[in-house]
Design a protein around this ligand. Structure first.
Ligand code: PEP
Length: 229
């Protein structure tokens, strides 16, 4: 089994997302599990769709947020929690992230839980990286049967510079000691490096940002995943 997920971030409209999904579904995914995370306003009802974020409540006085009620309207059952852009740009604390995790776990969502270290931590070596990631596991049930861990080094996200294969290998091997759930890699995954990344032990898939925006590129990536795993 291999997981290939697209994070659109703040890109694409609903009609563009609909076209994208229609094009994507022309192919046979075989054993590859595909998920697409569009912005809220681009939600459509389709089993491939997941939410990039949501507030840990059914509904309520949380201006600018959406909750379970809004996700239910689209039958959405997958969510991304802890993405580094939400941690670092939007200031989400580990405590708040753990609350979200708990809420969406209780509601039986498949949770793509993102962890990853900033560059200054990576510069201090693997031990420091793992200590940092451990702090991102606080309050998270690592045995949840619908959990997928996404290891995404902050310095590799959207920079065009992916982590080195050896760095991915050793970090995933360390994370594996904490969980038997799938561990996927994210951070500048492109058509020219996806094959090597997916071939690494303990890499159970990829989370793709910028390179997923072109549906033909994303389809190519799924094709490669199908051949490898
Ligand atoms: C991401 O945002 O999860 C991501 C991996 O982005 P990119 O592929 O653009 O680095």
């Amino acid at each position: 089994m291999c997981i290939v997920a697209a994070n659109f971030k703040m890109h694409k409209t609903r009609s563009e997302t609909k076209k994208y999904i229609d094009e994507l579904k022309k192919m046979d995914f075989k054993d590859v599990k595909v998920t697409v995370f569009p912005p809220f306003t681009a939600f459509i009802e389709d089993e491939l769709i997941g939410a990039q974020n949501a507030y840990p409540a059914v509904n309520g006085a949380y201006t600018g947020e959406i909750g379970l009620e809004q996700l239910n309207e689209f039958n959405i059952k997958k969510i991304l929690i802890g993405h580094s852009e939400r941690r670092h740009i939007l200031g989400e604390s580990q405590e708040f992230i753990a609350k979200k995790f708990d809420f969406y776990k209780k509601n039986n969502f498949e949770i793509f839980y993102c962890v990853g270290e900033p560059l200054e931590v990576r510069k201090n070596g693997l031990k420091a990286v793992i200590e940092y990631i451990k702090s991102q596991f606080i309050g998270i049930d690592l045995n949840y049967d619908k959990l997928i861990i996404a290891y995404e080094p902050v310095w590799a996200i959207g920079t065009g510079v992916s982590a080195k294969l050896e760095e991915i290998k050793e970090t995933h091997a360390e994370i594996r000691k904490f969980t038997s759930r799938p561990i996927i890699y994210g951070g500048s995954v492109k058509l020219n490096n996806i094959k090597e990344i997916l071939s690494i032990e303990n890499v159970d898939g990829v989370l793709v940002g910028s390179a997923s925006l072109d549906v033909n590129v994303f389809k190519e990536m799924i094709k490669i995943a199908k051949d490898i795993k």
